[in-house]
Design a protein around this ligand. Sequence first.
Ligand SMILES: [Zn+2]
Length: 331
Amino acid sequence: MTAHITQKKLEDTTSGLHSSNKYSYDSSLRLIDEVLVCPLDKGELILQPQGLICKVCNTKYYQAEVDSKPNNLDFRCLSHKSQVSIEFQIPQPFLSEQQIKNLGYATRVEYKCISREEIRDKYQTKLQKEILYYIAQIRSELGSNIKALDLGCGSGGNRSYLNSVGIENVISVDYSSPEADILVDAHRLPFKDSSFDFILTTATIEHFYNPFIAFAEISRVLKPGGALIASGSFWESWHDQSCFHFTPNGFFILCNSAGLTLEDLWSGWGFIPSISSHALNLRKFKKYTYKLQDLFDAFLRLRWGNNFAFKHRLKTSGSFGIYARKNDYSV
Ligand SMILES: [Zn+2]
């Protein structure tokens, strides 16, 4: 399918969408053309007057209305049931004491970056120091010409940030956001195998209804050696139809089962701001609850040492972020 979706989408797209960053949006559409397939059977897609049709199963993919905007081609296949098999090794190893000690590297490392507040104001997204650190590592190791996927893009701020550090080839997808280039279900991605060098998926993992299948899909569409940055809930309360919340061991097992190596894991936010914000609905006091958490962590460090404080954070974190790489068996 050569450049067809690009033309189609550009014709159909309302002028306001992503117009502030036209160049990057065009490169996203070129990338979609290159990697898109039927999510049901990976068949080739052919252009139709209304959208696309799979050459193999004849399923049609049309634009869905999201928030009354007919902007997104819909690849969720909501009316198609699939049976999926995954391999799962029994028993699974757990994180060893030594592996636990090595976690939190990006938290400890000196890395100067823009603050959480600046990220939110400038890019309308929430990316912490650890995520910014690994994005910089990935960019310097794999170059700026990498192909990236923002899975569960929400309001689309992650792409703006990636563009700002020179990563232009970014596809933003979501289950329901009008800001997404296309609508997808993470358990059945409409992309060829080994399409991406880098997948970013933030505050999403707890929303997967089968995280093992979703991680197998993430791994399938990553190139061997490709990088994943992901984050998901632990002590955060049940919210927006979240399904499973994860411990560090849970992330470790998820990665192992999908052929990914967990390289690092860090605490997203402590239990004080997360419980205040999620369970007690005290969002307007967030700034103070972060300060309170910092004080609490400092007290633990002073009283019982760094290791104790770090482990306490692992036991009580509101959410976790992870950095993982797809195993490259060819090396
Ligand atoms: Zn098909």
